[in-house]
Design a protein. Structure first.
Lengths: 321, 248, 291
């Protein structure tokens, strides 16, 4: 595996972006909304893929960072900030939170970091639910307005979709760029063999923290877009179960593969909605109901038989053919 | 004698009642190749681990270039300019051979933040290519290190240790598990590095022929103690060494 | 004062149930390096197995026995064979992910296949409150505490006093040496998986009458077991016991005197304190850095 992207992969990214930019022209309102959601989640997915797929650190608090970003941007905008200032602020808060979570756990064996992130998610969720003065508790934050850009309102569904798409393109580019710097190599070294890495002067603690902070940053920025996209946030999407779902989506797509999040997030959120959209039929009803069961089984099967995820599976089939 | 590069002074490491390393002292001069031999369980790897910060010694001191190194963590040890290989293979399996070599040296220059803006090869491409040529890994340079044969991975592992141009390298059984022709090649490579770059190293080795021909001086450990020390021929003739080895 | 005693007793009762789940968790970690993220579902599933038994007309004791058998087979042996065995060599991460997948699948299979609503579960202890010297304690709390205590004591005796138990310990501490001594290491590991499943089923019997059977009841208990194990010391059985009880009691006290809403945050607070000041856990032994 080479660091960064090959030319073919860059072309694939471009093709996907162009296709996505044209796709909504043939879609109804709900379809556009789902695609926007997918874009936002892919951004968060890139972050988790960096932390877990590339740097090899289990993170079980991704939904919490996503939530912090969402609440931060929603509340700051309601307090009168411009969205374009609230966005970096949300990202910065998430980076700070990522460092605070990571720091104590690094004192001990690094898989404790996973436990710390998991506990952090529980705590963050309790905070969202209980601190009504700030977050509105279970009632949440309502009527989150969408921003304007260069004087043009992004209020329309299509306009905001293009904003989400642009965000996803930027985040994807940033990821590819980051992976091609020496940091990408250090992350891979950390994942493949931390003990050897340390003996070669690679500061595994610093890179572990960096991996967490970066993952949190992506999640925070994605969350900041999520809030105006859905227009209303409450604690439920930021529960621990969603962190676990995030993680499994990355695994299913292919951890440590650039296109993994695109595919994994699609399987996690687009496929069930698509199934729901297919009208009627006893079979589709069963498929919908058992979707999460199937997803869980798929995750297990992936780990046991195909650690490369769906993308790895595709590669394997291609080589065999 | 000039100031030794590495000075180990009365180093001991006990696990409960077991003395894995007991009262071992020796020094390594710049440019020297020192061999460490001894039967299994004689404390060779524990000695390495104490020097390299993998375990904290129970007593004694380690000095590197005259300043204390005792109990420093592995990262600090490597940053001070001491490279190492492990007894088991330790390469970054998913990275290419070339990336393994660059990874081995990239952290020794600039700050972490600067590396974020550095070119992809961190300015080390030429040095990595030279090392690839020296170790004759050209055909596999772009392959993931994990896909190479055992012997080739071993070469990558050793080349990585030398990439940052460390002042001292500790090699734990470099010749173990590789075929005889490669052993000979490896010896030539190590001698070349020593001759041309003045690379200093300490080698733990079971392959007596290999270590006796490579090392200029040999330390013999038995049951955690330093049993003998001297030029290869002297050590070979030492009666106690023969006894320790043949278990008579 | 009377309130405090009451809180302590019920905290110990909850804590003892945490300890049962945490104990199995530690056992799996010690003998096979498995971190089981589906531990909570290992409690939830037997609860529903018992409900199924009850629905078939079995009396509760028989339903419980049947659930023990099913747990031993499915959550013990089959879990090890199908999920753990193929992955155990691949390191911690794949097993974490696989057991998370298992947890998700189990939860939603019960939700869709059984019900998303909480199911009432028969009380196993007489309802009512005893008045001991002016202190009111609920019979259910005392009963839970006694049964869990007896189980934990029996487990402790089994592991420290029987040849079988000591062989298990030997495998946990040094599998190679155990093999040399002629101990059937694979068999011992299987035994710990079965014991883990049995403990979880017992925890289910104790906790379900109070919490009701719900498809997501395992989330809370799994999480608590997990943190209890770390707080007490991941490599010590006694640690799991202490961690569980401590967590149960402190949660109760925190809910009563600090904030009921942050009750679930107690585990995290304790966890952070422990890793800051005693990373090996309260009763754990520090492990050497390994190469």
């Amino acid at each position: 595996m080479s660091l960064g992207l090959t030319r073919a992969q860059w072309l694939a990214v471009l093709a996907v972006l162009v296709a996505l930019a044209l796709l909504p022209l043939g879609l109804k309102r709900f379809g556009i909304y789902m695609l926007s959601l997918w874009c936002v989640f892919v951004v968060a997915g890139h972050g988790l893929n960096l932390t877990m797929g590339y740097a090899g650190q289990i993170s079980l608090g991704h939904a919490a960072f996503f939530g912090i970003g969402a609440y931060a941007s929603a509340l700051l905008v309601q307090a009168g900030w411009s969205f374009w200032l609230a966005l970096p602020a949300a990202g910065a808060i998430c980076v700070a939170a990522g460092l605070v979570v990571g720091f104590p756990a690094l004192r001990v064996q690094h898989h404790y970091l996973a436990f710390a992130t998991l506990g952090f998610n529980v705590l963050a969720w309790l905070f969202f639910r209980n601190e009504e003065w700030l977050t509105g508790g279970n009632f949440g934050v309502r009527n989150i307005t969408r921003p304007a850009l260069f004087g043009r309102s992004l209020d329309g569904d299509l306009a905001f979709f293009y904003a989400c798409l642009a965000l996803m393109a930027a985040a994807s580019y940033a990821t590819a760029w980051l992976l091609a710097t020496p940091w990408g190599r250090a992350f891979a070294a950390l994942r493949d063999n931390p003990i050897r890495a340390e003996s070669l002067g690679i500061d595994i603690r610093a890179y572990t923290l960096a991996a967490f902070a970066l993952g949190a940053l992506y999640a925070g920025v994605a969350g900041a877009f999520f809030a105006p996209l859905v227009g209303y946030i409450d604690p439920s999407p930021f529960h621990l179960t969603h962190s676990l779902a995030f993680m499994m989506a990355i695994i299913v797509g292919g951890a440590g593969r650039f296109f993994g999040p695109f595919l994994g997030i699609a399987v996690l959120i687009l496929l069930p909605e698509w199934l729901r959209g297919i009208s009627g039929g006893a079979l589709t009803r069963i498929a919908q109901e058992w979707y999460l069961v199937g997803f869980g089984v798929l995750v297990m099967a992936m780990v046991v038989w195909c650690p490369g995820g769906l993308l790895g599976l595709a590669g394997r089939l291609r080589r065999r053919a | 004698m000039t100031q030794p590069l590495l000075a180990v002074d009365r180093l001991s490491k006990s696990y409960g009642a077991i003395r894995a390393v007991h009262d071992v002292s020796f020094a390594v001069a710049p440019g020297e190749i020192v061999g460490v031999i001894g039967p299994n369980g004689s404390g060779k790897t524990t000695l390495f681990n104490c020097i390299l910060g993998q375990t904290v010694p129970s007593a004694g001191a380690v000095r590197f270039r005259g300043t204390p190194l005792t109990g420093a963590a592995p990262l600090a040890v490597s940053r001070r300019g001491i490279g190492r290989t492990f007894q088991s293979l330790q390469v970054f399996g998913s990275l290419t051979v070339r990336d393994n070599l660059i990874a081995a040296a990239q952290e020794f220059q600039g700050s972490m933040a600067a590396r974020l803006l550095a070119p992809s090869d961190a300015g080390l491409g030429a040095r990595a290519d030279a090392m690839i040529e020296r170790f004759r890994l050209g055909r596999v340079a772009r392959h993931p290190a994990g896909s190479l044969s055992y012997g080739q991975q071993k070469l990558v592992d050793i080349a990585m240790a030398f990439m940052p141009d460390p002042a001292l390298v500790l090699l734990d059984e470099p010749a173990a598990g590789i075929n005889p022709s490669l052993v000979e090649e490896l010896r030539a490579l190590l001698e070349g590095l020593n001759r041309e770059r003045g690379a200093t190293f300490v080698v733990i080795e079971h392959n007596m022929d290999f270590v006796m021909r490579l090392a200029q001086r040999v330390l013999v450990l038995a049951e955690g103690r330093l049993l003998a020390e001297g030029a290869p021929e002297t050590v070979r003739a030492h009666p106690e060494v023969m006894e320790a080895y043949l278990g008579a | 004062m009377a309130d405090l005693v009451q809180l302590l007793v019920s905290g110990c009762a909850t804590g003892a149930v945490y300890a049962l789940a945490a104990m199995g968790f530690v056992l799996l970690w010690q003998t096979s390096g498995t971190i089981n993220f589906a531990q909570g579902e290992f409690v939830m599933l037997p609860a529903f197995a018992m409900l199924a038994g009850l629905a078939l007309g079995l009396p509760l004791p028989l339903a419980f026995l049947a659930s023990l058998v099913v747990a031993a087979l499915v959550l013990g042996a089959a879990f090890k064979r199908v999920v753990v065995d193929p992955l155990v060599r691949a390191g911690v991460l794949p097993l974490v992910v696989a057991t998370l997948g298992l947890s998700l699948a189990a939860k939603h299979a019960v939700r869709v296949g059984f019900s998303a609503e909480a199911q009432p579960f028969p009380q196993i202890f007489p309802e009512g409150v005893w008045n001991v010297l002016g202190v009111r304690v609920s019979a259910a709390d005392v009963g839970t505490l006694l049964v869990a205590g007896a189980l934990l004591a029996a487990l402790h005796l089994f592991i420290t006093r029987t040849l079988f138990g000591r062989s298990m310990q030997a495998c946990a501490q040094n599998p190679d040496a155990a093999r040399v001594l002629g101990i059937d290491v694979a068999g011992m590991i299987l035994a710990t998986f079965v014991i883990n499943a049995l403990l979880a089923a017992c925890a289910a019997l104790l906790v379900t009458p109070v919490w009701f059977a719900r498809f997501d009841m395992g989330e809370a208990i799994g999480l608590k077991a997990f943190f209890a194990a770390i707080i007490g010391g991941f490599n010590q059985m006694r640690g799991a016991l202490l961690g569980g009880i401590l967590l149960g009691v402190l949660e109760n006290l925190a809910a009563a005197y600090l904030s009921a809403q942050y009750k679930d945050g107690v585990a995290l607070a304790l966890f952070v304190l422990v890793i800051l000041f005693r990373p090996e856990g309260l009763l754990g032994r520090a492990e050497e850095r390994k190469v």
